[in-house]
Design a protein around this ligand. Sequence first.
Ligand code: C5P
Length: 285
Amino acid sequence: MLTLQSPAKINLFLKILGKRPDGYHEIASLFQAIDLCDTMHFKLSQEDTFTCSDPSLPTDENNLVIKARELFRRKTGRNNPVSIQLQKNIPHQAGLGGGSSNAATTLWALNQLCGTPATAEQLAAWGAEIGSDVSFFLSQGTAYCTGRGEKLLPLPSLNAQNVWIVKPPVGLSTPKVYSGLKLEVENQSKQFSVDAEALLVKFTSQKSNDKLPVFNDLEAPAFQLAPELAELKQKLETFGFSNVLMSGSGSAFFCLGDGNLPALASLNTYNCKFINRSPGKWYLP
Ligand code: C5P
């Protein structure tokens, strides 16, 4: 039995550069893995099985775990039946990349169980066929991602940060948030003039108490779809954190720095840390 942690991510900044002819958006984003993790168990077996602790999630080919299993087989020709169990802890429709992380973890695990026919770089390239964020999870936990999110510049670990994740009851669909962005691009061209590469230098040379120049261009369309998110952000900003930002396409927020998060009715909160993995190793329990 191989037991692996499947971590969530946050986007420390997320800049939208424009819409592409294929319908995706060009992005420039600093991704960081955090230790809010699902747990996955993998075992070579007599037949394929897949179980998930969250009954609201599909367990057929609509689940990215099954997409990853089938992709691995197509790419490598290794068809060993496998039993997979997924224990969900990462909230979904949250912008935390839970499904993409599960897919990446599945690629890694099957590669281990089948005698490592692929390199980590190959797995990352294949992952992009499943979803834009999957490749990131095959990095070592900190990466600058461009293209539709699948082009990775791996980065050394950032300074250790305590991070609170706050997930409100509302969930958001990634395509809906992106499609609301078109108006934002036309109306607010100023916000798109930020130099992502210069920002990256600020993050990587950061001292532990610096206020980071975090931002997320998807906040505006997300707040249009769910106005209560703008109110939640304002409220979180009163608790003394140095930064409060929505992650990815939302609806979860992350709070950095030494704030104090009181118990908040109807919100799920998670106290987390940035995590990185060593080369050749996965995120261990
Ligand atoms: O790649 P993934 O399947 O995760 O993307 C889900 C949806 O999010 C896409 O179909 C697209 O509508 C939107 N998206 C986008 N630009 C990106 C990533 C995702 O428009 N860079």
